[in-house]
Structures are given as C-alpha cells and as structure tokens.
Design a protein around this ligand. Structure first.
Ligand code: SAH
Ligand code: SF4
Length: 407
C-alpha cells in the first residue's frame, strides 16, 4: 500500500530505502533453500542460518561461525541481518516497561513496547511484546498518537519480526521467553495483512520463533475484508477489534474507518469469525470522558453484543498530546461495565497498565517527529471538538473516508 503521509505532521523519512537488502528474518526456510541451490550450497545450511537468526547471539552474518567464510560473505551481501539495528530503549515503570524506538534504514520510526507482568496468586508471570505493523497509520483515530502522525509506509515481515528478535534479546528478558505478542503498536495490521501474516507464520513456526498462535493477538480498527480473509483461513490467533463506540455517529469520529465499514458490518464480520473459528473476539474500548462513556453508549454496546462469543476490555484513555480529551473516571467506567455485564457480556476493566494494550505506542515516535505548529494543533483540537459535538447529537460524519484505507 502506498499513500502520502496525511497527518498534520509526519514521521521523517530520509529518502528512499538506503539499504536494498531484504531482512533475513522474513525469508522462509524454503526460500533460503532455493537461494542456496542457486549458489551451489547444500540445503542444510538453511537450517543453520535459521538457527543463527532465531536462536544465536550473532549480530551480523559474519558472526555465524557454523558457515564457511564465503557463504557468510554472500549472505551478508544479499540479506540484512537485522532491520531494527538502530534502536533506542527507554525503561519506565521501575523496569516493568521497556519502550523501544526503532529507526529503520530509510529513517522511518516505529515503536515496540515490552511489558513484564510479575506472577501473582494463581497467575503466571507474563512478558508481553506490543509490536508495530506500519510506520504511522492512515486511519487517524483522534485519541491515538500514531493516528496524528498519518501514514508513512507498511513494514516488511522482517521489520515486524526484528522487533520481536530485538525484545527477545533484551537483557531484562534474562533468558526468559516472551509469552505474548500483540499487534497493538503503530499501524493497522489488517491494512498490511500479507506482511503481517508472513510475520505470524514465522512467529508460530517451531523452527523459527516458536510461539503458540494462541499467544498472538492481532488488533484491528475494523477492516472488514481483512477480518473475512482471516475467517476463511480458520482459527489462527486471537482477534481483537477496537470498537470504542456502538453508535455510527460517534464511531465515525473515533475510528474514521467507520465511514467505510460501519459498526454493524464490523461486528457482523467479527461474529462470523467467532462462529466459524470457535474463538472468542476481544473488543477494545478506549474510555474517553464525556464522549463515549455515557449510559446511552453502554446500552447501545450491550444491545450490539448481547449473546455474542465476545469479551470487552474497557481501557481508560492514555493521555496523549493534541487532543482535548481525557480518560473517563473510574466510577463511570465501572458503571459502563455494570451495564455490559447485566446484558451477560463478559467485561474487564484495565485499571493500572493502560500501556498493556499498546496505548503507549506511537508516543515516542510522535515526540521525535517534533511539535507541530501551534495553529495546526489548535485546528486539530477545534475539529475534534466540533466533530464529536456533532456525533453526540447523533449526526453522521460528513468527513471523507481517510485516504488509502477504503479501497
Ligand atoms: N490499529 C489497530 C492496532 C493498533 S492500536 C487498532 O486500532 O486496533 C492498538 C490499541 O490501542 C487500539 O485498541 C487503540 O484504540 C488503542 N489506543 C490508541 N491510542 C490510545 C490511547 N490514547 N489510550 C488508550 N488506548 C489507545
Ligand atoms: Fe491507527 Fe489503531 Fe491508532 Fe486508530 S488506534 S490511528 S487504527 S493505530
């Protein structure tokens, strides 16, 4: 997918791809074997290369001592060992959260966030990695730091996978395995579905990363054809849908993609997915004070999801720059949850770690993109206030479908 950055500011892109070599982690075993064939090298080398990529501590192809020197040379000349080699890590929450800002070779920046959840009574410790599927995002949800940046480009499978390799090597992992991977970082994974599926294949492949598909979650803002394509593939991984509102007028504003695929179509596709795969859908709702947390909205959501194989996560909005909005109060969120539960819908409130769902993603990259001009910020706030006021009166949006997302 190609599109011009459409936000009022955009991540810097320093010209064309400066390193044309494909990332090695995105190359499958059979492709590697075919490449070795053309070089007259034995096929078993593919396995050795894969082991070094996924398990060893080599930082370049030259470090892979199991390979002959000439092959190391050609491997290095042909493939990039690591596409996220230029990474800055910031540790917060007393070591429980590690945010990584990866600068890709063309200058595009993406984030991944590693969260450690210590074990508690009856609960095993978890190490969850939130990864990005695109640099920026074309959907433009107004409460999301990535949405404000606009779209830069799709990530390749290797660029997605190398975020995982980077986190797996983190000293804090101390030899422990990542337990969960969530596509809740920057970007809309279902608008880069081929590369996301390529990455998931490698993550779930026992010979490569080897994480059970049940431990992988893909979150979408509601790309209906993408959901249907996943359904046709059968049970794969957990699907999360960012719902945020059950009423079209409000969802048009909160998730501009709703103007292309309205909420009823999204939930219908999700329902089919649950029915055909037997896997429960997770709905994410970012709770925004005075916007989507009213009793009317709770009731509309209860009516929409009643009887479905679904689970709802209510997440207080993480504060982000340049929106006039704030998180709902805990009291309001609890009332919202009561309404959903009364309709028989299983509902969780995420109290402490808003970051868990990736809300923290995009903020570092946004900081790096620099502060936009004050008039642009003021225009953005005005637009958000005006659009949401119209939505709260129940009027559908007259704004166009965001460029690059509806085709
Ligand atoms: N584009 C996909 C996946 C990335 S966003 C999607 O929208 O589902 C991952 C999750 O973070 C989404 O549920 C999104 O709504 C949520 N999110 C984004 N900004 C947030 C914020 N400021 N506070 C809370 N949740 C936020
Ligand atoms: Fe894109 Fe998801 Fe952010 Fe919306 S919430 S702008 S879909 S990354």
């Amino acid at each position: 997918m190609t599109a011009e950055p459409r936000g009022e500011r955009a991540l810097p892109v320093i010209g064309p791809e400066v390193d044309p070599r494909p990332g090695l982690s995105g190359v499958g075993l059979s492709e590697l074997e075919a490449w070795l064939d053309t070089r007259g090298e034995p096929r078993y080398r593919a396995r050795q290369i894969g082991d070094a990529v996924w398990r060893g501590d080599a930082t370049t192809a030259h470090d892979v001592r199991t390979l002959p020197a000439t092959l190391r040379e050609t491997l290095d000349a042909t493939f990039r060992w690591d596409t996220v080699a230029d990474t800055e890590v910031r540790i917060t929450d007393a070591g429980l959260t590690e945010k990584a800002l990866h600068r890709l070779t063309d200058g595009a920046m993406v984030e991944s966030v590693l969260m450690h959840f210590p074990g508690a009574a009856g609960r095993r410790e978890r190490h969850t990695l939130c990864i990005s599927s695109q640099a920026g995002c074309a959907v433009g949800c107004p409460f999301c730091a990535t949405g404000e940046l606009g779209f830069t480009r799709d990530l390749t499978s290797a660029e997605i996978l190398d975020q995982v390799r980077h986190a797996a090597r983190s000293p804090a992992q101390d030899g422990r395995r990542l337990t969960n991977i969530v596509f809740m970082g920057m970007g809309e994974p279902l608008l880069n579905l081929d590369n996301v599926l390529g990455a998931i294949e490698a993550l779930a492949d026992a010979k490569r990363f080897g994480l059970g598909a049940r431990h992988i979650t893909v979150s979408t803002s509601g790309v209906v054809p993408g959901i249907r394509r996943l359904t046709a593939m059968g049970p794969q991984f957990t699907l999360a849908v960012s719902l945020h509102a059950a009423r079209d007028s409000l969802r048009d504003v909160l998730v501009p993609l709703n103007r292309r695929w309205p909420v009823a179509e999204v939930v219908e596709a999700a329902r089919d997915h649950a029915r055909k795969t037997g896997r429960r859908i997770t709905y994410e709702v970012t709770m925004i004070g005075g916007i989507n947390d009213t009793e009317l909205d709770a009731q509309a959501m209860a009516d929409l999801l009643r009887g479905d194989l679904a689970h709802v996560n209510l997440i207080p909005m993480n504060p982000v720059a340049h929106t006039p909005w704030q998180a709902s109060s805990m009291e309001t969120i609890e009332r919202f949850a009561r309404t959903l539960r009364a309709a028989g819908i299983s509902t969780t409130i995420r109290r402490n770690r808003g970051q868990e769902i990736g809300a923290a993603c995009g903020q570092l990259a946004a900081e790096r993109a620099g502060e936009p001009a004050a008039p642009a910020v003021a225009r953005r706030r005005d637009r958000i206030v005006r659009d949401s006021a119209r939505a709260l009166r129940g009027e559908r949006s007259r704004e166009p479908i965001p460029a690059g997302v509806g085709d």
